[in-house]
Design a protein around this ligand. Structure first.
Ligand code: ADP
Length: 211
């Protein structure tokens, strides 16, 4: 929109500046192409979203995704630890989608911590049973944390503070968790760093009462 407005201004001048108009139009075309690619990726993600509900063990999800990214963390000098609750009830969900969410949280935490110099670089994945009966998973990092201004927009589509960021990871994660009747939220940690939490209803795998 900014580029289109600029192009108009350059065009409507007494002596139109066609070179500037050309530059602005090229930017518009580039951004249009990029949005198209983002939409395509989103569609691919959501296409699979006739959610395949089955009981899922969040501990297994955490372990599997952690194993997947472990090498990348080690390479970046970031310590990744997994702290799992015992006897965690399962949740009803689509395992692949839930892994996608955890993968995204871990990717963000790695990006947040890896550039830090002279600081402890740690990321923790934690599961636990919440007091309200929900099943929780959190990813905490020792990165720069979340400013109040950022906190308000984290989960909005296209919100990004990264050069080359898409700003879709958390928005898609939120859609996935809400489609699972759960909640996802972020909190700055007292000791610094960011914490992302999600909570999902337990599967309620009670045996049907006869009659
Ligand atoms: P992207 O990673 O492409 O920017 P996301 O939706 O995953 O998109 O994240 C949006 C923004 O939220 C990031 O650009 C960053 O500003 C902020 N953010 C996400 N995770 C963290 C984190 N662990 N620590 C600090 N900021 C974060």
């Amino acid at each position: 929109v900014t580029n289109a407005q600029a192009a108009l201004r350059f065009l409507l001048r007494e002596t139109p500046d066609f070179l500037e108009v050309e530059g602005a139009l090229r930017e518009i075309a580039k951004d249009g192409k990029r949005s198209g690619e983002i939409m395509q990726r989103l569609r691919n993600l959501l296409k699979k979203s006739e959610i395949d509900l089955a009981p899922v063990d969040l501990n297994a999800v955490a372990q599997e995704v952690a194993a997947l990214v472990q090498a990348e963390f080690s390479q970046a000098g970031v310590s990744l630890t997994v702290d799992l609750a015992r006897d965690l009830p399962r949740v009803m969900g689509d395992r692949i989608q839930l892994e996608q969410v955890v993968l995204n949280l871990l990717a963000n935490s790695l990006e947040a911590t890896k550039e830090l110099t002279g600081k402890v670089r740690t990321v923790q994945v934690i599961t636990r049973k919440e007091d309200d009966g929900g099943i929780g998973l959190a990813v905490r990092d020792s990165g720069p944390g979340l400013s109040p201004a950022t906190l308000d927009h984290l989960f909005e589509p296209f919100f990004t503070t990264k050069t080359g960021g898409m700003g879709m990871g958390l928005a898609v994660s939120k859609s996935i968790i809400e489609a699972h009747h759960g909640r996802i939220w972020a909190e700055p940690q007292r000791a610094g760093g960011a914490a992302f939490h999600l909570s999902l209803p337990a599967a309620g795998e009670k045996e049907d009462e006869p009659g």
